[in-house]
Design a binder for this molecule. Sequence first.
Ligand code: HEC
Length: 136
Amino acid sequence: MAEFSGKGRLLMKSRICRLFLFCMGATLCLWLLAACSAPVDEEKVLAAGKEIYTNQCSHCHQEDGQGYAQIYPQLAGNPIVLLDDPAPMIEIVLHGRSSMPSYMDELTGEQRAEVISYVRNAWGNKASLISTSQAY
Ligand code: HEC
């Protein structure tokens, strides 16, 4: 009898153990699934874009996006930057315009997407981020 209850307890323990492992496994799977399908990390994109802006754009358009009157346009509150459709801005960054250089070779598609997303969301600007595939 004592032996039986001992076995019973062991059985219970292993069931709890299996249940525990199952829950852990399920949690891990859900977590991995969430991580893989997570949307782009907005903060990361904008931080990378800010760095590119500082290195590539700020000497003309200034760190605070104010530009220089009559020479380099202000990007803060700029209507081209704030368009719902990012295509005109992508076009300018890709091909350059008058004294603004082209960033076709200077930056990768990912970097162009980051810097454009940053400018569209810096200094009070508010517009959608763009994806790497849009930046070609
Ligand atoms: C050598 C100076 C220079 C650099 C560097 C530069 N730009 Fe420009 N940018 C200009 C000039 C000049 C214009 C106006 C072009 C024109 O005549 O339409 C301009 C225009 C723009 C416009 C359109 C705004 C408007 O009102 O015409 C955007 C957007 C822009 N630049 C973004 C950027 C970004 C992003 C970078 C960095 C990746 C950058 N620029 C680097 C000089 C520069």
